[in-house]
Design a protein around this ligand. Structure first.
Ligand code: ZN
Length: 247
């Protein structure tokens, strides 16, 4: 049955998740989840769970009755561990979306199969609310080969995961907006107030944080002679925190 999709980036709030190869899981998975959301938001009914809140509220999860939930993580273990896993609740059988997600990720990473768990808060909470849920461990953050595969194939992985998820969603009804469309300014979504660097903040919402792209963003936002100075970056970060950074 087709359902609305809810994407959750693992480790909400200030929880950094696993750390490996100088990268933080929470930042990586926010970027992945947000990129998927951006890719699919005009095609299907989809939501991106607010990453700035800690994921521990049954009341909040209850709002998602009738949704199909996909939570995204990166794994961590001994440095020789490698590959991708889909975690589902013990006692349940993988459904076709679980199988499709594992198959898609298995094209890039070693397929470690399904793991059945009964000790994960979000999984148990969604389960007790009768909401379909799975947790995907894309690859291992502490394995440099896995991370290289992720970085090298980032766009292709996002595209493939989007096409895997899309057939399970509810098609967005598009209204004809060619007439009387008001001219609106588009802003990047607000980022967590705790962000200390514009680079991490942009990454957290799946935006290219390279100097070249920041230069483009700077010119759209009226910065004169953007050089990436600390002062300019703080100004840009503050605009982003307030949801006032123009696209
Ligand atoms: Zn995690």
């Amino acid at each position: 049955m087709n359902k609305k999709i809810l994407l959750i980036a693992g480790h909400g709030g200030t929880d950094s998740g696993a750390v490996g190869n100088n990268r933080k899981e929470a930042i990586e998975v926010r970027s992945i989840a947000y990129s998927l959301y951006e890719k699919l938001k005009n095609e299907i009914e989809i939501e991106y769970y607010n990453p700035s809140v800690k994921h521990n509220s049954t009341k909040d999860y209850a709002k998602y009755k009738g949704y199909n939930v996909i939570e995204i993580h990166l794994n961590s273990a001994g440095s020789i561990a490698t590959g991708t896993e889909v975690l589902i609740k013990k006692g349940y059988k993988p459904d076709s979306l679980d199988t499709a997600l594992l198959h898609t990720l298995g094209k890039y990473f070693r397929n470690r199969g399904f793991k059945y768990r009964d000790d994960l808060y979000s999984m148990n909470t969604f389960g007790s609310l009768g909401i379909t849920y799975r947790l995907i461990e894309i690859c291992f953050i502490n394995n440099i080969n896995d991370l290289n595969v992720l970085d090298k194939n980032y766009n292709s992985i996002i595209n493939d995961l989007s096409s895997t998820i899309k057939p399970y969603g509810i098609k967005k009804v598009t209204t004809n907006t060619t007439v009387n469309t008001p001219v609106t300014t588009n802003y990047y979504p607000k980022v967590n107030q705790n962000n200390k660097s514009i680079v991490d903040a942009l990454r957290s919402i799946g935006v290219d944080c390279s100097f070249t792209n920041r230069l483009k963003i700077a010119s759209k936002n009226g910065f004169v002679n953007y050089t990436g100075s600390a002062e300019q970056n703080i100004r840009m970060l503050n605009l982003l925190k307030n949801g006032k950074l123009k696209k």
